[in-house]
Design a protein around this ligand. Structure first.
Ligand code: UDX
Ligand code: ADP
Length: 463
């Protein structure tokens, strides 16, 4: 089948950048990204490319090139479904907050709504691609809905998990380690796989495009994220031991990373991993394992999450303990709120949990993040439902300038590894703070010798 029209349901962190790159690399294909959220679509269509809703280095230029040529953002979901030959489903699949599997299983209600909408509208054969992070066997559910409620047209369901990391989404999409496409083993399934392979082959070398059955593809996504998160929890576990024994976790990480069997990546000790994927995917894995009665498998992976929660808690209790066991009415400045640098995404960011703990201790938190708004910070805290919204609003001071944020502070906590933090005039920050001035470096980005020579009491993770 020659593809001329693609649609993507969901204009978020996955759908937006992925479709922008497909449109840039395939000018002969019309790519429509649709979303129910009119405000988000309006932001994608904003003339000023600084206002597109997702911050990713390089994304503005790609949107600028393709938008209006063959890339379109719209709220007309039904029209886009009707026209497209391939439909990507890229809606959110948060962890369930109610009922069976609460706090663990993925909530598939948005996916199901999409499937029902596609079934209702489609008047000709379509390829439906699941692009959201989904638990294993979701494709089967989508297929069942489509086949039982559709207008008798043929659907092929493909799994095409996204491996892009936020902050590097554009380069990950332009230059992926691999593209994974799972489909039915039938002739029709294989034909659908080939159709999607041909789209990616416009810029990805074919030896990097892997095809598998649907279940392998879905499970590979969860497995990749579980392995990556496990490395971080493993190094974070060692960080606590290093602090007790006088070893330096950065040195340990370097030493083990030079073993080519281990490799150097994802060994950076930190205040804990965040982001929309790791925790959610592992909890899904745990839930799936439990549902098959595989309790040891479930416990094994759950420990990665337990370790991560411990790391965040440990960071906040260390701040309290070091500040003479009380932070009541003390000003603690957070540098960073995003879950990692180069993104405005804050989902599951360690900063949220550290702030929550410190607010429980009556601290005032002054936040500076180059890309995160006060509105989002308060929404993140309100989502935890630990206290009334007005109490969060009173406890959080937010600043557009890091020097203002640090004035009069008792301590600074680095929660995100933004490059600019290293470049600051730390002497000026020191001079404006209460003494002794503490720095808790949750990302190990600052230089201990320099910080101590200025006069800071400097604490890093794992040394
Ligand atoms: C992850 C996967 O990398 C990606 O392939 C998948 O598609 C989605 O989930 P993402 O969550 O965007 O991507 O970011 P990632 O770079 O993996 O970082 C996740 C978290 O781990 C961040 O909070 C980061 O700061 C933390 N991290 C990462 C560490 O603490 N130490 C490290 O060594 C690496
Ligand atoms: P991700 O990180 O997976 O991309 P986001 O939450 O950033 O997740 O984006 C998912 C988007 O999907 C949201 O903008 C949401 O409004 C949109 N969405 C959810 N359900 C539907 C639906 N049925 N039709 C259209 N858009 C939807």
């Amino acid at each position: 089948m020659k593809i001329t029209k693609i649609c993507c349901i969901g204009a978020g962190y996955v759908g937006g950048p992925t479709m922008a790159v497909i449109a840039q690399k395939c000018p002969h294909i019309q790519v429509k990204v649709v979303d129910l959220n009119a405000e988000r679509i309006a932001a994608w269509n904003d003339e000023d490319l600084n206002n597109i809703p997702i911050y990713e280095p390089g994304l503005d230029a790609i949107v600028g090139e393709a938008r209006g040529r063959n890339l379109f953002f719209s709220t007309e979901v039904e029209k886009a479904i009707d026209e497209a030959q391939i439909i990507f489903i890229s809606v959110n699949t948060p962890t369930k907050t109610y009922g069976k599997g609460k706090g663990m299983a993925a909530d598939l209600k948005y996916i199901e709504l999409c499937a029902r909408q596609i079934a209702k509208i489609a008047k000709d054969d379509k390829i439906v691609v699941e692009k959201s992070t989904l638990p294993v066997r979701t494709a089967e559910a989508i297929k069942s809905i489509l086949d039982n409620t559709g207008n008798g047209v043929q659907f092929q369901i493909l799994s095409n998990p996204e491996f892009l990391a936020e902050g590097t989404a554009v380069s990950d999409l332009l230059n992926p380690d691999r593209i994974l496409i799972g489909g039915d083993t039938t002739a029709e399934g294989q034909e659908a796989i080939q159709t999607l392979v041909d789209v990616y082959a416009n810029w990805v070398p074919t030896d990097k495009i892997l095809t598998t059955n649907v279940w392998s593809s879905e499970l590979s996504k969860l497995t990749a994220n579980a392995f990556l998160a496990q490395r971080i929890s493993s190094i974070n576990a060692m960080s606590e031991l290093c602090e007790k024994t006088g070893a330096d976790v950065n040195e340990v990480a370097k030493a083990i990373g030079m073993d080519s069997r281990i490799g150097p990546k994802f060994l950076k000790a930190s205040v804990g991993f965040g982001g929309s994927c790791f925790q959610k995917d592992i909890l899904n894995l745990v839930y799936i394992a439990k549902s098959y009665g595989l309790n040891e498998v479930a416990d094994y992976w759950e420990q990665v999450i337990i370790m991560n929660d411990h790391q965040k808690r440990r960071f906040s209790s260390n701040i309290v303990q070091t500040l003479y066991n009380t932070v009541s009415d003390k000003k603690i400045t957070f540098l960073g709120w995003a879950f990692k640098k180069d993104t405005n995404d804050t989902r599951e960011s360690a900063a949220i949990y550290v702030a929550d703990d410190l607010i429980n201790e009556n601290a005032k938190i002054a936040v500076y993040d180059p890309k995160v708004s006060r509105k989002k910070i308060l929404a993140d805290l309100d989502y935890l439902e630990s206290r009334k919204a007005e109490d969060n609003a009173n406890a959080i001071l937010s600043f557009e300038d890091p020097y203002e944020a640090s004035k009069g502070a008792h301590a600074i906590a680095v929660l995100t590894e933004w490059d600019e933090f290293v470049q600051y005039d730390w002497q000026r920050i020191y001079d404006s703070m209460q003494k002794p001035a503490f720095v808790f470096d949750g990302r190990n980005i600052l230089n201990r010798a320099e910080m101590e020579s200025i006069g800071f009491v400097y604490q890093a993770i794992g040394s």
